[in-house]
Design a protein around this ligand. Structure first.
Ligand code: ADP
Ligand code: MG
Length: 254
């Protein structure tokens, strides 16, 4: 199994309060899967991501990636935030090299891999430009390639498309997903957008709050061979969105 999250619990402690942010969270991911995590604000999505990237240790349960427990800075996990977080004074090429610099991998082999990825995904022509000269979609591509050059086993995307306007969000998210699939990466996307999760994913995890736990798992096996942009033509697509919407709605009213 690629990722095993077993009965993970997390409690935030302050001198006067305790917040149980996660309780009994269990799920699994297979290698190559694209999974989304949807849930209301405050249900513990960011807490779970901090545990997955090794920034926090669970107060209960365990997380194993390819059989190993996760530690911060191991370089096996790539992170793509909401905002592309590109440095405006660095060119596209130098922004992409940043991940290699941090991980001290600025050798010929990795720099070649960076050039190859830029060529394959249309960034080579703009490699000398600065982020201010790129569209929102190209910025996200640049952020993705920056995390791919270090060849992470697992990619974590935290609301990576929410900052984009509606018109470009679908195109960009479909584009990013297709690159992740072509590169055979395994990815977990946190989003509050239900249709985005059903459009892009192989599996959707629905979370509820107080304390945060997995309320439902939707295996979208019927869509595995159907590309994102063809999914809205399927009756099952709309039915699944409705089901998740109801699950989340029940969450809010209880
Ligand atoms: P989400 O990302 O789904 O909005 P979070 O993981 O940020 O949820 O938060 C889950 C719960 O933990 C919330 O009740 C939040 O108030 C609480 N929480 C988050 N961070 C802290 C912290 N540093 N200290 C105390 N409580 C926290
Ligand atoms: Mg959050």
């Amino acid at each position: 199994m690629f990722l095993e999250v077993e009965q993970v619990g997390f409690v935030y402690q302050t001198p006067s309060t305790e917040t149980e942010a996660l309780k009994d969270v269990s799920f699994r991911m297979e290698e190559g899967e694209f999974v989304s995590l949807v849930g209301p604000s405050g249900c513990g999505k960011s807490t779970l991501l901090s545990i997955l990237v090794g920034l926090e240790r669970p107060t209960a349960g365990s997380v194993r990636l390819k059989g190993q427990s996760i530690s911060a800075g191991s370089g096996t996990i790539g992170y793509m935030p909401q905002d592309a977080h590109l440095f405006p004074w660095r060119s596209v090429r130098d922004n992409i090299a940043l991940g290699l610099e941090i991980q001290k991998k600025m050798d010929a082999e990795h720099l070649d891999a960076a050039e190859r990825l830029m060529k394959r995904y249309g960034l080579w022509e703009v490699a000398d430009r600065f982020p201010g000269q790129l569209s929102g979609g190209m910025k996200q591509r640049c952020a993705l390639i920056r995390s791919l050059v270090t060849d992470p086993a697992f990619l974590v995307l935290d609301e990576s498309f929410s900052a984009l306007d509606y018109q470009t969000r679908i195109a960009v998210s479909v584009d990013i997903r297709s690159i992740i699939k072509k590169e055979n990466k395994t990815a977990l996307l946190v989003t509050h957008d239900i249709s985005e999760s059903v459009l892009l994913s192989d599996k959707v995890l629905v979370m509820s709050k107080n304390p945060g736990s997995i309320k439902a798992v939707h295996d979208l096996c019927m869509f595995r061979e159907i590309s994102p942009l063809e999914r809205p033509e399927q009756v099952e697509y709309h039915a699944t969105i409705k089901r998740i919407w109801r699950e989340l709605d029940a969450n809010v009213s209880t």
